[in-house]
Ligand binder design. Sequence first.
Ligand SMILES: Nc1ncnc2c1ncn2[C@@H]1O[C@H](COP(=O)(O)OP(=O)(O)O)[C@@H](O)[C@H]1O
Ligand SMILES: [Mg+2]
Length: 251
Amino acid sequence: MNSAMINRDLNLNYSGAEAINTICSNLTFSGKNIKKIVITSCEANDGKTFISMQIAVNMAKRGKRVLLMDADMRLSVMTAQYDIQLGGNAVGLAHLLSGQCMLEDAIYRTNIPNFYLIPIGTDVKAPLSLIATPDFENLLNAVGESFDLVVIDAPPVGLVIDAAEIAKRCDGSVLVLEYNKTHRRSLQDAQQQMQRTGTPVLGCVLNKVAMDRLSTKKYYYHYGTKYKYKYGNEYGYGYGRGEYARGEYKR
Ligand SMILES: Nc1ncnc2c1ncn2[C@@H]1O[C@H](COP(=O)(O)OP(=O)(O)O)[C@@H](O)[C@H]1O
Ligand SMILES: [Mg+2]
């Protein structure tokens, strides 16, 4: 198995770590059969990769054998974003699904114990043609057997169909929404689209709420920390102040 080095510091500040901890505890209680989860959102930049990475690391620290799969075939920046150095031939999901490498070449053991990664590998011209295939389904079945948890970082739902295609083959999905950006209507559409796959939407994470935006409404401070999240089955803006101070998380 090849190795990968994740060079970026993934530690969060105290409140950020607490928020991710709670998300992961809730995921743990979602059911024993929830092994393959897809993380998606309405648009680019909502924080799918950030949340996928944090969930994967947190679960790995809990002793689970975790595989993070980068399946954002249209716009994957994960390896650059997290300064990941891939050993071997740097192949990934795209190579694997197009028959250019074997599964064992595409899975990397990272420098974080219990944390394994399938990077994207390369840009793909027709991503959907690779995802809506029996090969992809076989891949998910195979990794589902050998890992305790598979976290799939998907493209946004709605813009492209891939997230729903991926969700069909998973045990649950998580929707990330960006505070003050994701529209209620888009969220409802995304939720419906994901529900139509027949795979349960496990919950949503309200991400990126800056404290300073809330500063005029003092009572929000009573929710406390700089970084919160909402994880659960409620959708909409009335619930759960997800908050984090932009730029203040520890790099
Ligand atoms: N909770 C968060 N705290 C701090 N930075 C975040 C958070 N969520 C996302 N970001 C940052 O916002 C940007 C977009 O996030 P990313 O995960 O790449 O979005 P997506 O995968 O949905 O396109 C990145 O620079 C990421 O580091
Ligand atoms: Mg991303």
